[in-house]
Design a protein around this ligand. Structure first.
Ligand code: SAM
Length: 278
């Protein structure tokens, strides 16, 4: 599904079935962010997590703000105008193409997520500026080869030029048994020198109870989830890459746009970083 201007919703037959009886991470994240696209099962599981991790909503907002700052940095300072955003989430404010095209209208973005509801709402992600292009694919990060070979990726992105791979708030849904290091290597090996990786990840390092209870609520609902400490996340995501200063830090500390007070490390409990593929 692709667009250089607003497009019609995908035909219903294209969308995998939306199961509202089970929680989905995209809809739970939308609930944390104050969106409207969630069902009772999503709210119930999200509330179980929030009961123990009361700052979960603050953390989600800080993560989303990090994503926006990282995209602005990539376009305005690193000169990157192509994005592969895997684990997109439901459309909300400051989607990657909106942030990127506000600076460079010709920016191109391919979105990918494995939640059927994101596919159903993908029209909002296809509102590209006329000079740029966006596309959406229903795909699973754990199968990176199928993402790389998807026509949306090969037609919308020029893989001979730098691409920013966005894995923001998605790696904690890929536990070790799914070989996330291999997934990452497959993706970064496919991108040319001068490409970037943006990644963020929930951690239990600063609050041993809240995020762990949240992750347990996801697992109890049948959703894979694994917390990682800062070193494990840095090793998994950024090994062999050149981290952009300030390196792997709490998302709230990554090039903050204001000098005002920021939440505590325990409230944020979410690491992020941006690195250049040499
Ligand atoms: C917490 S949201 C993050 C949204 C956005 N990247 C952000 O940071 O604001 C995580 C998204 O990852 C998606 N996701 C989880 N596991 C995935 C997988 N294996 N493949 C593709 N997407 C996945 C979920 O459906 C959800 O939309």
């Amino acid at each position: 599904m692709e667009g250089s201007a607003p497009q019609a919703a995908p035909p219903e037959t294209e969308a995998p079935e939306i199961d509202t009886s089970k929680p989905h991470p995209a809809r739970m994240y939308d609930y944390y962010l104050g969106g409207k696209n969630h069902f009772a099962a999503d709210r119930e599981t999200a509330e179980k997590g929030l009961a123990a991790w009361q700052s979960g909503r603050i953390a989600a907002r800080e993560n989303r703000a990090f994503l926006g700052r990282a995209v602005r940095f990539l376009v305005a300072e690193a000169g990157v105008t192509q994005f592969l955003d895997i684990g997109t989430g439901l459309p909300t404010t400051n989607n990657v193409h909106e942030v990127a095209q506000a600076i460079e209208p010709s920016a191109r973005v391919v979105y990918a997520d494995n939640d059927p509801l994101v596919l159903a709402h993908a029209r909002a992600l296809l509102t590209s500026s006329p000079a740029g292009r966006t596309a959406y694919i229903h795909a699973d990060l754990r199968d990176p080869r199928s993402i790389l070979s998807d026509p949306a990726v090969t037609q919308v992105l020029d893989l001979g030029r730098p691409v920013a791979l966005m894995l923001v708030a998605v790696l904690h849904f890929v536990p070790d048994e799914f070989a996330p290091a291999r997934v990452l290597r497959t993706l970064t090996d496919a991108l040319p020198s001068g490409s970037y990786l943006v990644a963020s990840h929930i951690t239990g390092e600063h609050d041993p109870v809240g995020p762990a209870t949240g992750a347990a609520a996801y697992r109890a609902a049948g959703l894979p989830a694994q917390l990682r400490d800062g070193d494990d996340f840095a090793r998994l995501a950024f090994s062999g890459l050149k981290l952009v200063p300030p390196g792997v830090v709490l998302v709230s500390e990554w090039r903050p746009s204001t000098s005002g007070p920021r939440p505590t490390p325990a409230e944020v409990s979410w690491y992020g970083g941006v690195a250049r593929i040499p």
